[in-house]
Write a protein that binds this ligand. Structure first.
Ligand code: FES
Length: 129
């Protein structure tokens, strides 16, 4: 089934737009005028990818910076630990961050689903079951 998700002029090149279709959360992406649609939830810990950044075909998650290929949904890289620079972390918080980091290292970053896109006049439609 083809479903309208946005108008072509709503998403500038490099832009992202969230949409909900039949209970599914989708992100529509504009890579230099070519439109793609992927699941909205990050394959790492479900952060909303429409709040991330798109450079070319690479979408970077806003939470831990895993990267995805919007043309295929492939996870290109996993989460990146925060760079705290020279900041001195209070001991209790430092131990807590180490614990969180240890737990996160066991969470796999999965590929995400992509959807076929059709441009129909000024409408962006995606194919969804
Ligand atoms: S939730 Fe996206 S990288 Fe962790």
């Amino acid at each position: 089934m083809l479903v309208d998700v946005a108008k072509v002029n709503e998403i500038a090149p490099g832009g992202l737009k969230a949409a909900e279709v039949n209970g599914r959360e989708i992100v529509v992406c504009n890579d230099a005028g070519k439109i793609y649609a992927i699941d909205r939830r990050c394959g790492h810990m479900n952060a909303p990818l429409d709040l991330g950044t798109l450079e070319g075909y690479i979408l970077t998650c806003p939470m831990h910076h895993a990267q995805f290929d919007i043309t295929s949904g492939e996870a290109l890289s996993g989460p990146v630990p925060p760079n705290l620079g020279d900041e001195v972390i209070p001991e209790g918080i430092g131990k807590s961050l180490q614990h969180v980091g240890m737990l996160m290292s066991h969470i796999k970053t999965c590929d995400i689903k992509t959807y076929p896109v059709k441009i129909d006049g000024d409408s962006i439609k995606i194919e969804i079951e």
